[in-house]
Every structure is written in structure tokens, then in C-alpha cells.
Write a protein that binds this ligand. Structure first.
Ligand code: CO8
Length: 374
């Protein structure tokens, strides 16, 4: 018995959302304006005409119908096509910390804990809004938690890497309880003028509480049976934004300073990597995949998840075996598998098993086997 329990989760959902149709209308207005503005150069073959996007393609290729966002007006304005988020003074909570605190409070409530019961905080996400001080330390301060905090970034796999980090710290005895949060403003790093990817991401924050069995105050929730992580270097999902950008004026605003990917290659290479990770992880824990009640997969692409679930479970997955939140939330990077878990865990019965699995840039993937403990 690992003696580590996942006793609470939380989900902060922004109040605004953008449907595929709204996003496509804005993209296509931008395309029309661009092509009209460059009509002569396009006719002379000097500039390539842009091609419109389509809602039907987006839903069929990805399963995404809509996404929650921190600012809609900037995203859907064809002259802006970027969320408009005013900078805050250093005396105000930063926006990532504010989203984190909202999700964290829900997770604490579910676990029946006060903030001062927590020993450590990890903020694990793809996009940190500043270099320092760490967002996690700000979250720690806002909640009034003693102990220590640090940020970590493993892109879409940040949450499962955060869970293993907390799991290992609790098992080693250095702490008894940890709060792990995943605030993601993915729209801030998305190029809304790129037809191949403008529809992929949304914004959200999730939170998870892990506790040693000796100190659980409320419902034991889910025992963390085991965790496993894997990484393998790839340039197929990349973002070259960083502190050195300003040192080269010619390249600092180039397209690669936002999210770029080779989606087809990612699909082809990540499906086998993730399926093998989960299957070998289960085998090493003497668990037959037929004994899994559910898998909560990273939410990037519906077709990809159906394939992974079919390889793992040996049958076509339905929404009960492999729930999706992609339709409403789109890809929320590290938060995706935790949103799926948060929204689809209440019906688990004592002893039933499931796997939380993330995958993404790096490449990186994480598998967390959980068993309902009460
Ligand atoms: N509208 C209409 N048609 C389109 C559009 C569009 N918007 N975009 C492309 N098409 C067309 C293409 O032109 C192409 O046409 P043709 O066949 O005539 O050439 C056709 O559709 C097929 O294009 P693709 O091959 O690109 O389409 P796919 O079927 O591969 O679908 C996907 C594209 C949906 C992107 C798919 O490849 C996919 O989801 N792959 C997996 C990607 C994935 O899992 N990535 C994980 C990334 S997330 C991550 O790791 C976190 C990063 C950190 C977060 C950063 C926050 C910003």
C-alpha cells in the first residue's frame, strides 16, 4: 500500500467561452481582410492567399466544439486576435495565482482541509506568466500556507509530473500533504492567425490535494497506487518564447515565439508511446486492463484518445470508459486529464481502478493509477 491518497480536486472555469463558429467567423474575416489588402501581390504571385477555416473541420479533426477563455473580445476581434488581459500592479494578485487559488479552495473544501493543513504547493503548468517570484509562492502566500512552494513546467504533462513529485515527497516522509495546481492561460500563447492551430486551446485551472494516509481528515477519495513518467525529445510541439528573445530584434516576434506543432506527426508518434506507457505500467502493477473502470486521458484530440483507449482497454471506448471534456473545454494543456477526472470520478465505487494519463510537448507522458478508497 502506497499510503498516499488523492482527497480533493478543484476546477476554475472562466466565465467567457468562444464557440467554433465564433472563432471561425473571426478567422475568416481576418483572411478576407488580408487577401483584399494584398490582392495585387497575390495576383502577381508574390504573396500567398490565405485559406479560410471551417467549424466542420475543427469538430471532425479534434472533437472540439467550444473553449472557455479569460478574454473573449480580443480573441474574436479580427483586428486583434489575441486575448486582452490588462497588466496588474505588483500589489495585486497575478491572474495565474488568482485562478489557482479559486481551484485550490475547491480542492481543500472537498478534502475537508484548511489551507494551513498543507505543507507544500506546486504550480505545474505550460505557461508561467513571469520568471520570478514563483507563482506557487504567491499562491502559498495568498492562501496562508506554511512550508515551501515551487513551479514546474513539463507542458501538457505538468499535472501528472506534479502528482508523482508530490507522491514521492509524501512517501519519502518530507511532507504529509501537498496542493498541486495547474493554471493554464493557453490562449496567451496561441497564434489565432494560424489556421492549423487557432482552434486548439482554452483556459482553465485545476487543483489536486495529495495526503499521507495517516493524516486524512475527510473522505479518503482515491489511493494513488503508482505513478510512472516518460520523456523523449521532440521538436514537433515547440514554443521558442523565452528571455533571450529580446536579444535578437530580427527574430523576437517570429511565428515560433508562440505555440507551433506538426500535428500529424504528434498524433502518429504519441499514440504508441502513451499506449505502451499505460500498458507496461499496469502490467508492472499486476493489473489487467480489463479491470480498469475508466481512463481519464489528456484532452488534446478526440480521435487520438479513442485510439489510445482502444489499445489500452482492448475495446472501442464509450464515454463512460473514456470521458471527454474536449468538446466544451478544448485542449487546456496540463489541466485536461484533471478536468476529466474532476468531472467524472463521483460514480466510482470502493476498490474500482482507473488511470489518469497526460501527454504532450517534450515529448512527455505520465500515468497515475488510482483506486477508489472509500
Ligand atoms: N479549417 C479547415 N481545414 C483545415 C484547417 C482549418 N482550420 N486546418 C487544416 N485544415 C486542412 C489542411 O489544410 C489539410 O487539407 P489537405 O488535406 O487538403 O492538405 C487537412 O485539413 C488536414 O490537415 P492536418 O493534417 O493538419 O489535420 P489533422 O487531421 O492532422 O488534424 C490536428 C489536425 C487536430 C491538430 C491533429 O493533428 C492533432 O490534434 N494532433 C495531435 C496534436 C496534439 O496532441 N498536440 C498536443 C499539443 S499540446 C501540448 O503538448 C501542450 C503545449 C503547451 C501548451 C501551449 C499553449 C498554447
Amino acid at each position: 500500500m502506497s499510503q498516499v491518497y488523492l482527497t480533493g480536486t478543484g476546477l476554475f472555469t472562466p466565465s467567457e467561452s468562444v464557440s467554433n463558429d465564433e472563432l471561425v467567423d473571426s478567422f475568416n474575416a481576418f483572411v478576407e481582410n488580408f487577401n483584399a489588402e494584398h490582392a495585387d501581390a497575390i495576383a502577381a504571385g508574390e504573396v500567398e492567399a490565405l485559406t479560410p477555416s471551417s467549424s466542420a473541420f475543427i469538430e471532425k479533426a479534434s472533437g472540439i466544439k467550444s473553449r472557455f477563455v479569460m478574454n473573449k473580445s480580443g480573441i474574436v476581434d479580427p483586428d486583434t486576435m489575441c486575448p486582452q488581459i490588462p497588466e496588474r500592479s505588483n500589489d495585486e494578485p497575478s491572474i495565474l495565482a488568482e485562478m489557482s487559488v479559486n481551484a485550490a479552495q475547491q480542492a481543500l473544501d472537498e478534502a475537508g482541509l484548511e489551507a494551513n493543513d498543507i505543507d507544500a504547493v506546486i504550480v505545474a503548468c505550460s505557461n508561467l506568466q513571469r520568471a520570478y517570484p514563483a507563482i506557487s509562492i504567491e499562491v502559498q502566500g495568498l492562501l496562508g500556507i506554511e512550508g515551501f512552494a515551487f513551479d514546474m513546467n513539463v507542458a501538457c504533462s505538468s499535472a501528472t509530473f506534479g502528482v508523482q513529485t508530490g507522491f514521492d515527497m509524501i512517501r519519502s516522509g518530507s511532507i504529509k500533504r501537498i496542493l498541486m495546481v495547474n493554471p493554464e492561460i493557453c490562449t496567451g500563447h496561441l497564434n489565432f492567425r494560424d489556421r492549423d492551430s487557432h482552434f486548439i486551446f482554452g483556459d482553465v485551472a485545476t487543483a489536486v490535494i495529495l495526503e499521507h494516509g495517516d493524516v486524512v481528515k475527510g473522505d479518503k477519495g482515491f489511493e494513488v497506487v503508482d505513478t510512472r513518467l516518460i520523456t523523449q525529445f521532440s521538436n514537433n510541439i515547440r514554443n521558442n518564447f523565452g528571455f533571450l528573445n529580446r536579444t535578437n530584434a530580427e527574430t523576437r516576434d517570429a511565428r515560433d515565439k508562440l505555440f507551433v506543432q506538426e500535428g500529424r506527426k504528434v498524433f502518429r508518434e504519441v499514440v504508441p508511446m502513451v499506449s505502451e506507457l499505460i500498458l507496461s505500467h499496469l502490467a508492472d502493477n499486476n493489473i489487467q486492463s480489463s479491470n480498469l473502470r475508466r481512463v481519464w486521458l489528456h484532452q488534446a484530440n478526440r480521435n487520438m484518445n479513442d485510439l489510445i483507449a482502444k489499445k489500452v482497454l482492448g475495446q472501442d471506448p464509450n464515454d463512460d470508459l473514456q470521458p471527454t471534456v474536449l468538446d466544451q473545454y478544448a485542449n487546456t494543456s496540463s489541466a485536461g486529464s484533471i478536468i476529466a477526472f474532476h468531472k467524472h470520478k463521483e460514480d466510482f465505487k470502493n476498490g474500482e481502478l482507473g488511470v489518469i494519463c497526460s501527454f504532450g510537448a517534450g515529448y512527455s507522458a505520465g500515468s497515475v493509477i488510482v483506486r477508489r478508497a472509500s
